[in-house]
Design a protein. Structure first.
Lengths: 249, 223, 649
């Protein structure tokens, strides 16, 4: 396959960026999208040019490092991560636009690499259960109904890639935040911190400069792990519950 | 608690959802009242007068009406202020656009902001036209709403403004009602289809019910 | 050629911290004997932790909870992305919830035997004891393990053991356990007890007066190289499987932290013990950048075969039953497709070497579900393996319900690593190594679902107990600051190394060297190794290294985000580590676990261990790049599990 790539190039956080056009040849349909970028970079290095910087690590769809907007879609046309997207999803002769996640809370570091530390700070604000090592009771002391365990798991699958923010017209982090709130909120182990968790995490989310939710649903469509939009509804409910409960204390 | 709500994006959305639902309830009553126009001037004017006497003798003349007006003004202002602040925030949160753009979300979702602005402007015109009569075409007669309505819809621009606004209202309700349910946490996977259907039916009924009046005037059914 | 292969043998290395007495009491004994640090004094002591995977994440969180000041590093943009996240299968624990005869002793026994008698009994027993607490800890953190309808934890059996002791969270157990540790870590970051440095890569170890006192690390965004000093350093930087270029490791997983520590005096033990996983998706061409694992559980129902005839290019469905060779079932009638990982891998290699491999380049064998679909019905197969089939289809664009899967072995885990004593301390005082970075618990072969167990055991329970002893014994170390001459000297060396890389300005990319080295290692130090092949490797590696320093091209500068520079610097270390792996493989003229020497096999082609000569762990001491290292042997004593030859026929 022969392709034309239009790639966002930006020297560093402070610099202005622009799209640059490159041609790549001999692309196999079996290549992953990132392997296609590897080919481009090998050429660029040998030509004495700066290779395109992009985040990637596990290349099996679980670490959440890769973060490319491909032809306007976070992670590209398939419901998966960019590392698990294969070139057979494209046609010979295609022009492909590759851009970084765009959101005020995810500033560009270089080219296609963005800073997602805001997500870490949302987790730090309350996305945990306080269980110091050694303090745990016997695992079978508290049974968890299977539907609750499954609900928790479904939300715990979030890989923190940020595609939800990238796809959201408002740059909102509601889906990410709700996934963790719901994962921990439904478990008996997470009950004691239920109220503070959701209030603190939402407050931190706002603090980081993410937008608000207009329920456009783009986040759930882009999510490679299929976290559903109702996750946000459940968090809203949890937040209202917590607000009422804390007011009564 | 008020502080928590007002300072949070989730809280502001809650304010929008609650105020939106208050306005929606009012609109349903308003639409039903409007349809009385098809039963002639006596019934319609009588209904308009009754609105001022609701609650008597407990309430004084027009007290109930003013109470409703106050609640509605508070709802409109709260809804608009939250919408404005959230929109500003949303635009700031996504300062640079994607070079490669493609249509996203549904039409109703994408038009919430503009639709809201159109509706806000419409309310101003609507009050000046049929409540105060300031910009009314022809001689505004207080106490004769039937004639005033017929006058307004006898002008082409009156019809256009009204119908466009009602279409915007339909779209606004279509996304707004479902969205409010999500914000208030009553949505769920099982309930989603029911909520979407309810939103569509409400939007359709309100739009059709409101538009029936100018159409009635235009076709001569109401004159 | 200097005589790299003519290594000298030094004094034996001994585990001075290992307690004696009954094996089941040793961990308690050690914990009691270990000195403690007064809680008020902990705040004054700083511990550096490198890596945020299962071992590093759990260690950082726990040390911070105990009151130490923790400074933690990861090269990823977030601690949550460490490669532990990719582990699929599960985590073993001797809970015996199934009442199927499991016990701490049985897990201990299985692990020692599975490691082919090349691990320490004391360490393995401790691991089995702690396994029980790990599950409690993780459940308390909210890890969503699979549960049964009664609300209790579900378990499954795994990798040849006869009990059901593997706890799991669908196919994402590693992810869920890592997020648990990450969340515990995040809590401590928020509490101000951990100073976190993401996107910061350790480039060297600071050793002052014979003790580990800090690290040199580069901020990957600004390119700034800094020194960080501490009272102790913990390496939790993972394994070195990426020496092979193609492996199931993450692209940026690397050996720099452990290799630089080795260069500063930490012995490297058993580097040739690498695990090759039999069920990976085969490579499709030159462009392949990494390999993807498919859960071993597929072998429960899939049948492995190749055509009987060489060079048979017919589509699999066109090959009649009597022209197929179900070689595992033929050679190992009692275990069939369920033989251990190393045996399945080697058998696949053998049939491919015979020219009977399938798929592009003949590097693959079929894993066929046709019989299973006929027997269980498509629905049942879907329910059991649906997500794996989807993943396979996504990557290969072939429908495994209709066409047999193609699989091939791939490098997956490294049992070798920095030599550590019972306290997980390396031969450099104050330097600890935990998780895959050390060599301690798996011997020559790791059992399935044991990597997660070891990482968390080390991080949550072992290290936080044993590091106290070191810190208590060295409460008032001479203050070392960043401007200490020894620190500055190491910093300057690091800066020089990177500047040198940038200055060569040659005509080959870092990846091209990495790929060349990886192919060599796979061919000569992969699944089957020979004396001649390893000697050849030992000749070729220094030549590649020379060429690397003449022809490497790294664009850009060191004062910016520069992924080529990161990669090139990692390749520098692979080029040295590879040489040690080959030497270790050459010197160990026996077959055991993941290390198969063709010269040492039984008449029917099985690995033949030679306990008399090689019943030791080989700990290598660095003497200089390309210089022969010194071998220090640690004799392994088996008091409870007596070495036997494995048989699966």
């Amino acid at each position: 396959m022969k392709l034309t790539l239009r790639v966002w190039r930006q020297k560093n956080a402070g610099a202005d960026g622009a799209m640059s056009t490159y041609e790549v040849d001999d692309i196999s349909p079996d290549m992953s999208f990132l392997e296609m970028l590897d080919v481009l970079n090998e050429h660029l290095i040998l030509a004495g040019e700066d290779p395109v910087a992009f985040d990637h690590d596990c290349r099996e769809g679980i670490c959440g490092a890769c973060s490319l907007v491909i032809n306007g879609d976070a992670h590209g046309p398939e419901r998966t991560t960019a590392c698990q997207l294969h070139m057979r999803s494209f046609q010979d002769g295609d022009t492909i636009d590759i851009e970084p996640w765009r959101a005020a809370a995810f500033p560009v570091v270089k080219d296609l690499v963005v800073d997602r530390s805001a997500f870490d700070r949302i987790i730090q604000a309350g996305g945990y259960i306080t269980a110091p090592t050694g303090a745990a009771p016997e695992a079978h002391a508290t049974p968890v109904p299977k539907p609750d365990a499954d609900f928790a798991f479904e939300h715990a699958e979030c890989i923190g890639c940020g595609a939800c923010v990238a796809a959201c017209p408002n740059g909102a982090a509601m889906l990410f935040t709700s996934a963790k709130v719901n994962h921990l909120g439904v478990l008996p182990q997470g009950a004691p911190e239920r109220e503070t968790r959701v209030l603190d995490m939402v407050a931190q989310m706002d603090e980081e400069g993410f937008g608000g939710c207009t329920l456009a649903g783009e986040c759930a469509t882009a999510c490679p792990k299929g976290i559903p939009l109702v996750s946000i509804t459940a968090m809203n409910k949890e937040w209202l519950r917590a607000t009422r409960k804390v007011a009564k204390r | 608690m008020a502080r928590t709500v007002w300072d949070s994006t989730v809280g502001k959305k809650t304010v929008m959802a609650v105020s939106g639902l208050i306005m929606l309830l009012y609109l349903v009553a308003h639409m039903i009242g409007n349809l009385k126009i098809f039963f002639g001037p006596t019934e319609f004017n009588h209904y308009a007068h009754w609105l001022r006497t609701v609650g008597e003798p407990f309430m004084h003349y027009e007290w109930t009406l003013w109470l409703i007006r106050v609640v509605l003004v508070v709802a409109v202002v709260a809804h608009a202020v939250c919408a404005y602040q959230l929109s500003r925030r949303d635009i700031r949160a996504r300062p640079s656009k994607y070079v490669h753009q493609r249509p996203r979300a549904s039409y109703a979702t994408r038009t919430m902001r503009w639709g809201g602005i159109i509706l806000g402007l419409f309310i101003v015109w609507h009050l000046l036209d049929l409540t105060t009569g300031t910009v009314h075409s022809g001689g505004f007669q207080a106490g004769h709403p039937y004639q005033n309505v017929v006058d307004t819809f006898s002008t082409w621009y009156g019809d256009v403004i009204y119908i466009v606004a009602m279409l915007a209202l339909g779209l606004h309700i279509r996304h707004g009602f479902w969205s409010a349910a999500q914000t208030l946490g009553v949505g769920s996977r099982a309930r989603d289809r029911a909520l979407k259907t309810a939103a569509n039916v409400l939007a359709l009924l309100l739009t059709a019910g409101f538009i029936a009046v100018p159409v009635g005037v235009m076709t001569g059914v109401v004159s | 050629m200097t005589s790299y292969a003519a290594y000298p043998t030094g004094d034996p290395v001994s585990d001075t911290k290992a307690p004696t007495g009954p094996v089941a009491e040793r961990w308690d004994k050690r914990r009691f004997e270990a000195k403690l640090v007064n809680p008020a004094n902990r705040r004054k002591q700083t511990v550096i932790v490198v890596g945020t995977g299962l071992a590093g994440g759990s260690a950082g969180a726990t040390l911070a909870e105990q009151g130490y000041r923790v400074v933690q590093f990861c090269y990823q943009d977030s601690p949550r992305r460490a490669h532990s996240i990719a582990a699929q299968g599960g985590i073993n624990a001797a809970k015996n919830y199934r009442n199927d005869g499991d016990s701490v002793h049985r897990l201990f026994y299985d692990t020692v035997k599975g490691g082919d008698f090349r691990s320490r009994e004391s360490n393995v027993h401790r691991l089995a004891q702690i396994s029980v607490e790990i599950i409690d800890q993780c459940v308390a953190q909210g890890v969503p393990f699979a549960r049964e309808y009664g609300g209790l934890l579900d378990t499954r059996s795994f990798g040849g053991v006869q009990v059901s002791r593997t706890f799991y969270a669908r196919g994402q157990t590693g992810q869920q356990l890592l997020l648990g540790a990450y969340q515990a870590l995040s809590r401590q970051v928020a509490a101000g007890n951990i100073e976190l440095h993401p996107r910061t890569e350790m480039l060297d170890l600071v050793v002052v007066d014979g003790r580990a006192r800090g690290i040199v690390a580069r901020d990957l965004i600004t390119g700034k190289i800094d020194t960080y000093v501490a009272d102790a350093v913990v390496l939790a930087s993972g394994g070195y499987g990426n020496v092979f270029y193609l492996s199931t490791n993450a692209m940026n997983s690397n050996a720099t932290a452990v290799w630089r520590a080795h260069r500063r005096g930490a012995y490297f033990a058993n580097p040739c013990f690498t695990q090759i996983h039999p069920t990976c998706i085969p490579r499709t061409g030159e462009h392949q950048s990494k390999l993807t694992l498919m859960s071993e559980s597929l072998r429960n129902d899939g049948r492995i075969w190749v055509p009987k005839a060489k060079g048979d290019t017919r589509a699999p469905n066109e090959i009649p039953e009597d022209e197929r060779d179900y070689y595992l079932e033929r050679v190992y009638p009692s275990f069939g497709n369920l033989v251990p990982r190393d045996i399945a891998s080697r058998a696949a290699k053998n049939v491919c070497d015979e020219g009977r491999g399938v798929g592009p380049g003949g590097q693959g064998v079929y894993l066929d579900f046709a019989d299973a679909i006929e027997r269980m019905g498509r629905k049942a197969v879907e329910a059991k393996y649906g997500n794996l089939f989807d993943m396979y289809q996504r990557i290969t664009d072939e429908d495994p319900y209709r066409v047999p899967m193609r699989i091939y072995p791939a490098v997956h885990y490294t049992m070798g690593g920095l030599w550590v004593d019972y306290d997980l301390q390396t031969t450099v005082p104050g330097l600890f190594a935990i998780g895959e970075a050390n060599f301690s618990d798996h011997g020559a072969n790791r059992l399935g679902a044991s990597a997660l167990m070891q990482g968390l055991a080390d991080g949550y329970f072992v290290l936080p107990a044993t590091i106290n002893d070191y810190l208590a014994r060295h409460p008032h170390q001479d203050p070392v600051t960043d401007d200490h001459p020894a620190v500055q000297e190491i910093l300057a060396e690091t800066e020089d190394r990177l500047n040198l890389l940038l200055a060569v300005d040659g005509d080959r990319t870092p990846d091209s060297f990495h790929r060349e080295l990886g192919e060599l290692m796979w061919e000569l130090c992969g699944m089957a190794r020979t004396d001649a092949g390893l000697r050849e490797a030992l000749e070729r590696i220094p030549r590649i290294r020379d060429e690397f320093w003449r022809r490497i091209k790294v664009p850009g500068t060191g004062e910016e985000f520069n992924q080529s520079l990161e990669k090139a610097n990692r390749v520098v270390d692979y080029l040295e580590l590879a040489e040690l792996m080959c030497l270790d493989a050459l010197h160990r003229a026996e077959s055991c676990g993941g290390h198969f020497r063709e010269e040492s096999q039984t008449p029917d082609g099985e690995a033949a261990r030679r306990d008399e000569e090689f019943g030791y762990a080989a700990a290598w001491e660095f003497t200089g790049t390309g210089e022969a290292p010194v071998l220090h042997k640690e004799d392994l004593v088996f008091e409870y599990v007596h070495p036997t030859q494995r048989s699966y026929a």
